[in-house]
Design a protein around this ligand. Structure first.
Ligand code: HEC
Length: 123
């Protein structure tokens, strides 16, 4: 098939445009959350600085000090760490998954797992 010059340039324009669009879509899907989730957590994880803010944000509304299952201080979280890790690592849609009715990023989940592996440091 013989292309005229005009057809040839039109085709090239379409190919460039398609390429650019694909590139833009690929960049767009790399949201901040995904990038930060793949970043290894380098430092030692500590309750006061790292774990407490997550628990306060995602769990305390139901697990306050006066609740059936308080997670409101270092000892309460430490003493329940295995069941906490079990609950937050359950698959989406599992009725036992915590936080109930909410969600946590995989970075936050990894951080709590690493807190245990680092030795449950308080401060
Ligand atoms: C909207 C309320 C709500 C939120 C938010 C919530 N929970 Fe729960 N949680 C519950 C309820 C209700 C139960 C009891 C039912 C069950 O065992 O699933 C429970 C049970 C648990 C248990 C099991 C307790 C036991 O003795 O077996 C753990 C551990 C737990 N939650 C941890 C967490 C953690 C960690 C978070 C935050 C990441 C969280 N929950 C957020 C309502 C909540």
């Amino acid at each position: 098939m013989v292309l005229t010059f005009i057809e040839y340039f039109k085709m090239r324009k379409t190919i460039y445009l398609t390429g650019f669009l694909l590139f833009a879509i690929a960049c767009e899907s790399n949201t901040y959350e995904e990038i930060s989730d793949n970043t290894p957590i380098a430092d030692l994880v500590r309750y006061e600085t790292n774990v407490k803010p997550i628990i306060e944000n995602s769990c305390i509304s139901c697990h306050s000090s006066s609740s059936f299952k308080p997670l409101s201080n270092y000892n309460e979280v430490k003493d329940n760490i295995d069941i906490i890790i079990n609950r937050i690592q359950r698959p989406n849609g599992d009725p036992l998954r915590m936080p109930q009715g909410g969600s946590m990023s995989s970075n936050q989940i990894n951080l709590i797992v690493k807190w245990k592996n680092d030795g449950l440091i308080e401060k």
